[in-house]
Ligand binder design. Structure first.
Ligand code: OGA
Ligand code: NI
Length: 359
């Protein structure tokens, strides 16, 4: 697809704009009023409602506790599409090393990072926008995107060679996170009343995909006019996000409001992507989320996307289509599905809506 060969306009890393010390947000980043961050109404009333926090220690304590934990996950995915997980088994030290190598990467001189500049063809590398629509309003964030699975598309040459431990730490981190995703997939399958292996099998068994996006949100001169990442739902299967412990930024849609996620130390934020919404026939929700910026602190997050094999047409599980709940979506392969976001950028939930079965 020619359209995806290159960006429609020269890329300006947000970090370089932030470092220029401007006190005025450049026009390209000014969101229309309806998209600008508003005060979180609940937080404003002093009610710190947030997404559920679930302790995965319950998964290692016998059947009754396993099922109780499964119910918490299932409820969270039906109601919020999001939860935070603690006692997930990933070592604190590995998480700290992962944060450090990626902070160090974004601290490298711009010439070094730009050697790995990405194109919209695969998105792999250092980038500053999603979508190729000329003149689009941009988000106040840079990122690094890389492929992990299947092994045939993993290409270390496209990963940073600096800092020197970046590849090794990233590899180790991703292996641990993939194991966590496999566990979550079993819990999610059981929570739908299906076999524990159901979702894994539907994703292609051993042939699943995985990729990673490290987001870097520089300080923003006018946080009330910008977004770090526009509202979107994640197109893939499951996302596990490592966010900063001390800087808030992620907001999750709850009806007409945006609820700010309160970071919990040593937790991951897990959310359902569009492919699991489709497979579960909308029992589990892939919920819109966005990132707000702030004027005083940089923020780093690492999103691991666990995806179905790209060439399998995915539609709602037959077991979840009933007379009361008809088949909501038409099947599509993930490679076809993700072209939409790669061209149009982040568009809330418009894409999954477009799969609605017309019968
Ligand atoms: C994403 C995402 C949230 C964040 O990368 O898809 O939603 O807090 N990131 O960076
Ligand atoms: Ni997301």
């Amino acid at each position: 697809m020619d359209l995806l060969n290159d960006w429609p306009e020269p890329i300006v890393p947000v970090q370089s704009l932030a470092e220029s010390g401007t006190s005025v947000l450049p026009d390209r980043y000014v969101k229309p009023p309806s998209e600008r961050p508003s005060v979180d109404p609940a937080a404003d009333r002093g009610e710190h409602i947030s997404i559920p926090v679930i302790d995965f220690a319950g998964l290692t304590k016998g059947m009754a506790e396993w099922r109780a934990t499964m119910r918490l996950v299932s409820d969270a995915c039906r109601e919020w599409g999001f939860f935070q997980v603690v006692n997930h088994g990933v070592s604190v030290d590995l998480v700290a090393r992962m944060r450090k190598v990626w902070r160090d990467f974004f601290d490298l001189p711009m010439e070094e990072k730009r050697k790995l500049a990405n194109s919209p063809k695969t998105y792999e590398g250092y980038g500053s926008r999603v979508g190729v629509e000329k003149g689009a309003t941009l988000d106040w964030g840079d990122y690094f995107f890389l492929h992990l699975l299947p092994p045939s598309i993993k290409d270390y040459n496209k990963w940073p060679s600096l800092p020197t431990s970046c590849r090794e730490v990233t590899e180790e981190y991703c292996q641990e996170l993939v194991k966590l995703c496999e566990t979550v997939m079993k819990v999610l399958s059981t929570g739908l009343g299906l076999d524990a292996g159901f979702l894994q099998k539907a994703f292609g068994g051993e042939d699943v995909g995985a990729c990673m996006r490290v987001n870097f949100y520089p300080r923003c001169p006018q946080p009330d006019l910008a977004l770090g990442l526009s509202a979107h739902s994640d197109p893939g299967g499951l996302t596990v996000l490592l966010a900063d412990d001390h800087v808030k930024g992620l907001q999750v849609r709850r009806g007409n409001a945006w609820v700010t996620v309160q970071p919990v130390p040593n937790a991951f934020i897990v959310n359902i992507g569009d492919q699991i919404q489709v497979l579960s026939n909308a029992n589990y929700k892939s919920v819109e989320h966005r990132v707000i910026t702030n004027a005083t602190e940089e923020r780093l997050s690492v999103a691991l996307f666990y995806n179905p094999r790209s060439d399998l047409p995915l539609g709602p599980a037959r077991e979840l289509v009933t007379e009361e709940r008809l088949q909501l979506y038409q099947p599509m392969t993930f490679s076809e599905y993700r072209l939409y976001i790669r061209k149009k950028g982040l568009q809330g939930k418009a894409q999954v809506e477009s799969l609605k079965a017309t019968n």
